[in-house]
Design a protein around this ligand. Sequence first.
Ligand code: HEC
Length: 471
Amino acid sequence: MYTRHVRAPRICILLFVLIGSFSIANAAEITFQDHVKPILRDACFNCHNPDKAKAELDLTTMAGIKSGAGGVEIAAAGRPDTSILYQSMAHLDGAEAMPPKKPKLSADKLKVIRDWIAGGLVESAGGASELRDLAAFDVVALPASGTLAIPTNLPPMEARERPATITTLDASPRAPLLAVSGHERIHLYDTTAKLTELGALPFPEGTIHELRFSRDGGLLLAAGGRGAHSGLVALYDAQTGERKTTVGEETDAVLAADISADNKLVALGGPNKIVKLFDTRTGKQLHKLTKHTDWITAIRFSPDGKMFASGDRNGGIHVWETNDKGGAGIVFTLAEHQERITRLEWRPDGKMVASASDDGNLILWDMKDGWPARTVAAHKEKTTSRYSRQTGVLGLGFAATGRLVTAGRNRQFKVWKADGGREFQSPALAELPTAATISADGKKLYVGCYRGQLQAWDWNGKEASDALVVK
Ligand code: HEC
């Protein structure tokens, strides 16, 4: 085991930032009149005009598009991937391929259509976007940091010839403590200075898929198990490292889990498509929710613990409200992602849920009405070979300040403001980043990688620097 410092190439960062902000500004300016109409005129007006409107659809004006195909909505602001207009042009499942019996339009043209819908269906230059204003971030009181003790005298971490992929990591909201998944154990680091190894907590039950500190920082939740064999959630005392209890006796690995703000409930899920709610004190199962149609891959309680969101391998997300008896009912179903939900996080003020997916998008959902307030192609890049996938968001974390970090298959991590505006894009990392989080005060970024590399970056409000790399 060794550590070394890597200084990020500043020029490189500057270049990325410049290119990045340019493309964002550009996407916002896409309008029906200037960009979309010329594409539709060439390929679609023949059959979709006021005189000859196949499928009762007139694409020649904004009004026509708004009235849809025989009254069925074809374009919804901020939701390109579930809009029939984009689906039909991109030849996605579920919509008739347009234009009929012809190859689909070029990727550049499809991107114009997609960005136009994502940007809020702006009609002409200077016109209004239909995207609603994003709920302003309510500053959340920073947890009193460093007030909790951290475990000492733990068994040491063993060096391994082949390090395990870091599947998950989390920073304590109240102690200088970072938990990182290892091979059947949890690696703990003291984050006071750089990163000091504290030791390992055993998780002999198998692969760890989720690590999560409780809101008060007193407990550390670990979930995992062995595929098609067994799974559970274990709760450790985050100040001593002692294992307090376990919850769930699953017949398959637990892939996603969380603990409620009052530490009374644990929600877990996995390949059996069922979300289960447990009482942490008695270990009793209180409720099971069977609405998902695929493996459960992400679960997060709201900051007040009254609601939680669960996501699945098919891109589906449900938001639930819990009741006093430990039951739960669906509040919203959030449909837009086209592939596996990789992570879900609530913004610390509880007003928004951020979802990350293998489809490369980061979506901020307004919890007033379940509407997608911001859809960003966070880690979405064209793939050069079918074996090197560049699209997919794999890591996601919020600071108490509302700042957000994501990491993805294009080997970068990115920092976002509470409203989804991008602040920073890292240079390409040496290893694929598979998990990422940000400290509660928003000053440290932690990135875990495919071959076990762990990186700590300092965030000064403008850029990330001085990566400390731990193998
Ligand atoms: C050759 C004629 C023709 C052209 C060109 C054409 N369409 Fe269509 N379109 C149709 C017909 C016919 C239907 C009804 C299909 C059906 O329901 O079987 C249709 C249906 C649709 C629908 C509704 C699909 C659904 O699943 O409900 C959309 C949206 C649409 N077209 C968009 C477009 C767009 C965008 C273009 C240009 C890229 C285009 N069309 C070009 C003939 C055409």
